[in-house]
Design a binder for this molecule. Sequence first.
Ligand code: IVH
Length: 700
Amino acid sequence: MDALAARAAELRRRLEEANYRYYVLDDPDIADAEYDALLRELQALEAAHPELARPDSPTRTVGIAPQSGFAEVRHALPMLSLANGYEHEDGHDDASRFPEAADFVRRAQAELGRSELVFSAEPKFDGLAINLRYERGALVQAATRGDGSVGEDVTANVRTIRAIPLRLRGTPPEVLEVRGEVVMPKAGLEAFNRRALAHGEKPLANPRNGAAGSLRQLDPKVTAQRPLAFFAYGLGEVQPADAAPPSQSRILQWLRTLGLPVSPEVAVAHSFAELIAYYRGLAARRAQLPYDIDGVVFKLDAVADQERLGYVARAPRWALAQKFPAEEQETVLEAIDVQIGRTGAVTPVARLRPVQVAGVTVTNATLHNADQVARLDARVGDTVIVRRAGDVIPEVVRVVPDRRPPGTRPWHMPTHCPECGSRIERLDGEVVARCTGGLVCPAQRKQALLHFASRRAMDIVGLGERQIDGLVDFGYVHGIADLYRLTVADLVAMKQRQDAAAGSVPETVKAGKVATRWAENLVAAIARSRSTTLERLLYALGIREVGESTAKLLARQFGSLQALMDADEASLQQVPDIGPVAATRIAHFFAEPHNREALAALRKAGVHWPEGAPQRAAQGPLAGKTVVLTGTLAALTREQAGERLEALGAKVAGSVSKKTSFVVAGADPGSKLARAQELGIEVWDEARLLHELRRHGQAP
Ligand code: IVH
């Protein structure tokens, strides 16, 4: 029995230590699985020997019965609120942009009779305020803020939150009331909602509701399932009173040593300017923080200074909540359009009744994709909640179901592209729908043209983003074939219109000459690109999944454009390195009449390339082998190694698949080596490669 009691005590000690390292030090030293194993062992032990169970055991949630309601708790010291300050966008300097903060500092300086002050600057957590009461180091009660004087007893639920210690570390005072905020980390909320949706349950609306709703559960087992965190920010009753340090920043350090989580974002500031810099710094990182905050809190640091300033109504005069502009607002969804991205991705976009969100007027918000629209069940006419987090594009977070007008209909992805009329398709297993218009879709045209002209594609020197913008915007070029019809006069005219639109360049003789020279050079560069190779052309077409190495394989395998265009998905998949996805993409590309027309137009414009019969099976000792190269080789470059392997009959592919015969791995190989190992594919190191090359007279 003694041995079992000792084991239980040891398990409790190790679990408490693990909680402390994880929640307070943010430096866990055991894996989740190990933690779970220890917890399960303790649970089993306490279940088999109830006399070993302790009220403050880390297994606390086990066997706690649901409650019928929450008892009232009268706070020993009232839980106050904070005066708010806001950012006024129209201010001409920081004092007028942040008038409440400026007043707060000025008033403190005036009343304390000195200009140098010390402040504590802290995040303003967006969760649920609670008071934790520890007596002789043990948690005896947890209560919500309620009306500030009387709150609700949520002890049973709070005991399930691992971030909150049931026993304090070190030497706590006789009575210690800790105030802080229970928050739901964003990641925890997302994970919770994923699971809820998968089980057909109701997702949590936001982290604040998540925290509040979780603590107000009548069944502590439900609370225990919720991912909750806690940050301490202040004190309630302390006995003996002089046990507490004399400043806010030292109080927070002290609480940390007692085992309570304190945000790593707390700081000390010495002036209005430093307070505002703190505000701006945290505002900029707000979206990246693991939990929601709705502003920052400035507090006079010295408790003696706090006492001199005192309180008005229910708020301290020694503190100010400097709030961030609201990130979420309600508005009306007036329409759902689709936008075509540069790769043809079709994104549903919410057109909104204009609304101020986080200080910016929002009229459009992304709905991400069709699945998201269905998940939200967003319909035209709905009242929706819009969010802007940091620099992120505004998004529709949810619909307010009670405000739905009658007669709305679910939204469906259009079947055809609004820009070019081509079919919109969504391949199996993909979230994103795409316009199949490719080269003829104006939304995709600029990107396609840029790629077409790029060095490793058609290599049209001097045809860059600015030129393509002008050519497309002023209607000189629609498809790729139009490039080959451009004249010097067209280009000069286009440049003049572009410059005029940009409000620059007087017409001088010299400028005219420069423009003509530029246009002649570009026309010549375009003309030179008429003579190309099939593999460059295939790469230049910008077919998804067809990079340079795939283009090369296709060109070799099929020999002519016509043979490739006639190939079905099955024969495309015969090509080493081409899987089902790429095969589908290629087949769909050539099946699209627009793309066939664009290719015919290219030929007509004089673009030509040598064509041959499909390559016969390669000869040589490595004939029929498909090789993938990865990492850095010492004796030769990867390209040289590839050429030598090809000379021996091997096919060099860009990615590892079941069809790969072997992988050559140099130094610092990437994921290709891992993939090869996963598939059990033979791997050659450089020595083996050199040995084989030497054997067949291909030594470098
Ligand atoms: S101090 C006497 N510090 O904001 C001062 N409050 O608007 C009392 N809050 O009820 C609060 N983060 O729930 C303080 N770092 C922080 C805070 C914070 C969030 C909440 C708290 C309070 C509310 C007042």
